[in-house]
Structure formats: C-alpha cells, structure tokens
Design a protein around this ligand. Structure first.
Ligand code: ADP
Length: 363
C-alpha cells in the first residue's frame, strides 16, 4: 500500500510506459525490458533496463528518458537506472558453459564464506603482488554488496571510458587494470545493485570490457557461497579459486560450502589463505586473537593447499583506507613480501595444472 511518502510500483510502471521501447514500440514496462524494480522508503528508486546486446548504445537515450519520468513522480527522491545487455537466449548460449575471456591468461576468483574477513583487502593486494611478480594483472571487483576496490585503489568517482567499439576500458590504477561496480554508479547513489542488477553489471564488466592483454585477472567475489556468487561465476571460465578465511573459522562447513560452490564451476581450488592470523605485540610475541592455525587445519582437512598466513597489520588497514595498496605503495614492508610469497604459490598451483577440486575427507 502506498503510504503517500513513497511511490507505488504501479505508478513507476505507468510512468515507464510513457517511454516507448524502440524495438517493440510498446511502453517500456509493457515491453518486459524493466527488471529489478527497487523502491526504497527514502524515495530512491532503482531498476534495470535490459537491451539486446547489439542495441545497447541505442538504449542510452531510453535510459535517460526513463530516469527522467520516474524522477519526476511525486514521492521519488532519486531514480537510478542501469542499462545492461540482455542475457543471451538459450539458443545462442554455448552448450559447454561459460567462455574464456579472450586475451586473458588466467581468471582467479577470491572468495570467502562470510564478510569482514579481509577478502577485498587480500584480493587487491594479491593483484598488486601478481603485478610485482611481472604479471600483467587486472582486478574486477564484483562485490555488489559493498564494492571496496574504488576506495582501496583510490579510483572513486572514475568511470570506465568507452572504446571505439563501445567496450568499457578498465581504469588504470597502481599498475592494475581495474573495474568495480563502484565505478559504474555514483557513490552517493543508493546501492540498488542486487540479484539481477548485479548479474547484469557483472556481465557487462566481464564480457564488454577490454581486459586483454592480461596474464591474470583477479575477481573479488561478494562474500558468501550462495546462488549470487554462483551466478556470477557461471559467466566466465575460471582457472582457479582462492578462499580467504580467518583462524576462528574452524567451521569446516563454511570452507566446504566454498569448495562445493567451486566444484560446480569445475574450478580447481588454488588454496586457502589465513588472514588476521595474529597480532604482533610490542615485545615481539604473537597474540593469536582469533585462535591459532584454524585455516591451515581446515585446508588440510579438505585436502586444499594452504597458501600462507597474513597477520593483523595496522599499515595494511591504513593503506587500504587511503587508497594506497600496501604491496604497491610499500614493496619493502614485511606484509608485501608475504603477499608476494602467496602470489607465487598461487601461480605454482595454477601451473601444476587443472586439477579437479579436492575430494573431501572426513577427519
Ligand atoms: P571483506 O572483503 O572480507 O568484507 P575487507 O577486505 O573489507 O573484508 O576488510 C575488512 C576490514 O579489515 C578492513 O578495514 C580492512 O582494512 C581490515 N583488514 C583486513 N585484513 C587485515 C589485516 N590483515 N590486518 C589489519 N586489518 C585488516
């Protein structure tokens, strides 16, 4: 029910029908091109327009018109409209599953069972470490719930430019090519990116961006191991996955869920990284804030390689907050060396070949 403060979905659809879909000639809502309508109590309205891939440029004007008519409705404070290329139909989809990104050597996903374990910090600094090891590296931040790459790499407010053939040109930062959902919407706009929106934007950044030539593309996944993550992963052929965990995550079930998710994508687990392993005291002793060695034991129990430990480090946190990733900005820092060690172990495990995901042993 409309309480008078916000707008109703019907009112939004009626307004959208005053804009014509250029292909069918119908009203935009009636044409079925509008999805993911999200109306917030504060009057922020967001939705996606899905256009056929080849016609996306022609739909820019439609997007602008749709935003204008919705923003003009009483009760609407702000309208955010995202234009995405329509999902391919089953007929045109390759039967073999997701395709390889042309000109990209290896695609590696960084995942975690839950938020706040430092997955994004690790993804950004790992990407810098691959770069320090001489690999041409990209970082694609798919964390739709809280994209942090723009903050960590100081690319806030930057937009990917379109190339001559209408592809997105990734942003250059700290020697990386990078794109984030945070570079596709304004920071002060509501994060209406959920489910279908996320999937549409991810498709655009994966399939319609000029990543090549790259040796490694690091994907920062949203935290968790559910359907959203799986949907994102099914858009691209993965070469391997890295799982970030804190020591107290003894819950083997969490890591098992992650492994089960990657089994569905047939990506090998390149290994488990333990983050926030300890805090070094002024007297040099290690304080095991979250318990000791949990991630290593978990990795062993599930038969996945253990990649290394990253202690709690104030500089790592500060450098992420100010947009100067430690591994790139302070290569001589002890943490930077740890990241390079982990990165080279990942490259070794990649080179060992496309082993299937490990068989889970019960201990
Ligand atoms: P996630 O992506 O898993 O949600 P983030 O990478 O955003 O987690 O990290 C959460 C917070 O923890 C950030 O403030 C980050 O700077 C901090 N952080 C992550 N790893 C470390 C570490 N090893 N030492 C100190 N702070 C860390």
């Amino acid at each position: 029910m409309n309480n008078g403060l916000t707008v109703s979905p019907d009112a939004v659809r009626a307004a959208l029908d005053t804009v014509k879909d250029p292909i069918s000639g119908e009203g935009l809502a009636a044409s079925g091109r509008v999805s993911g309508l999200n109306i917030r109590p504060n009057g922020a309205v967001g939705f996606t327009i899905e256009a056929p891939a080849a016609a996306v440029p022609h739909y820019q004007a439609v997007r602008v018109a749709a935003e204008r008519v919705v923003a003009a409705l009483p009760g609407v404070q702000r309208a955010t409209v995202v234009l995405t290329a329509q999902a391919e139909t089953a007929r045109t989809q390759p039967a073999q599953g997701p395709g390889r990104l042309p000109g990209v050597g290896a695609v590696i996903a960084v995942a975690s069972a839950k938020g706040g374990v430092g997955k994004s910090t690790v993804a950004v600094n790992l990407a810098c470490a691959f770069s320090a090891l001489g690999k041409r590296t990209g970082l694609l931040d798919l964390d739709v719930y809280g994209p942090s790459a723009p903050t960590m790499l100081a690319t806030q407010g930057q937009r990917p430019r379109p190339s001559d053939d209408k592809k997105l040109i990734p942003i250059d930062a700290w020697g990386l090519k990078t794109l984030s959902i945070g570079n596709m919407v304004d920071a002060d706009q509501p994060m209406v990116w959920r489910g279908p929106l996320a999937s549409g934007a991810a498709r655009q950044m994966l399939e319609d961006a000029d990543w090549a030539p790259l040796d490694v593309l690091v994907l920062d996944l949203p935290p968790g191991t559910g359907d959203l993550q799986l949907t994102l992963l099914q858009r691209v052929a993965l070469d391997g996955a890295v799982i970030v965990s804190t020591p107290q995550e003894l819950a083997l079930a969490d890591v098992r869920r992650g492994i089960a998710m990657f089994e569905k994508t047939r990506a090998p687990i390149l290994g488990v990284i333990e983050n926030m392993s300890w805090l070094e005291q002024p007297n040099g002793e290690r304080l095991y804030v979250f318990g000791e060695g949990g991630a290593r034991r978990t990795a062993e129990a599930v038969g996945a390689p253990f990649l290394g430990e990253l202690p709690i480090d104030v500089r790592l946190r500060e450098s992420a907050d100010i947009g100067k990733p430690l591994v790139a900005a302070e290569p001589d820092h002890a943490m930077s060396a740890r990241f390079r060690d982990i990165a080279s172990r990942i490259l070794e495990n990649l080179a060992k070949g496309q082993k299937p995901a490990p068989v889970i042993r019960f201990v």
